[in-house]
Design a protein around this ligand. Sequence first.
Ligand SMILES: Nc1ncnc2c1ncn2[C@@H]1O[C@H](COP(=O)(O)OP(=O)(O)OP(=O)(O)O)[C@@H](O)[C@H]1O
Ligand SMILES: [Mg+2]
Length: 144
Amino acid sequence: MGAEEHAILCGDVEATAACAAAFARQLEPGQIIFLEGPLGAGKTTFVRAMARALGADDRDVVSPTYAMVQEVPLAPGVLVHLDLYRLEHPEDAFALGLEALPEGAIVAIEWPERGGSSLGAPDWRVQIRPVGEARQIVIEPVSG
Ligand SMILES: Nc1ncnc2c1ncn2[C@@H]1O[C@H](COP(=O)(O)OP(=O)(O)OP(=O)(O)O)[C@@H](O)[C@H]1O
Ligand SMILES: [Mg+2]
């Protein structure tokens, strides 16, 4: 049984957003999510919909490519959104302050592979694969 068995096919942005919202509502405080997929796959789109489902103003969620880290206030709590695409050295991930996150923060990380082993393991992996206009989304909990 391959990962495809668990994939959700989202035909448009609204379907991807609905998938992200359902995922977000079952998260627990402090959980870390890795978002994987190529440029333009829909990682930021997914995080924006998560934030909206968790009570944020989704205009607060922009692509953090240049800042790398963005704190989105939720009602209540906070979503920390990272995009490590421009991280030049994996060890620079330490400089982002990930060891001093706000209590209970949910952390969504785009391009986690750029952070290397300095990031540790996530609680969830979300993989987004473009299939024409659709997106095949695989969400899996990471054990351990
Ligand atoms: N089914 C779909 N689900 C999500 N996004 C879609 C879908 N179909 C088209 N799109 C479009 O794909 C683009 C996804 O952009 P987004 O910024 O979310 O990607 P990204 O994975 O964050 O890219 P990057 O690696 O550059 O950060 C948007 O323009 C969105 O409108
Ligand atoms: Mg993005």
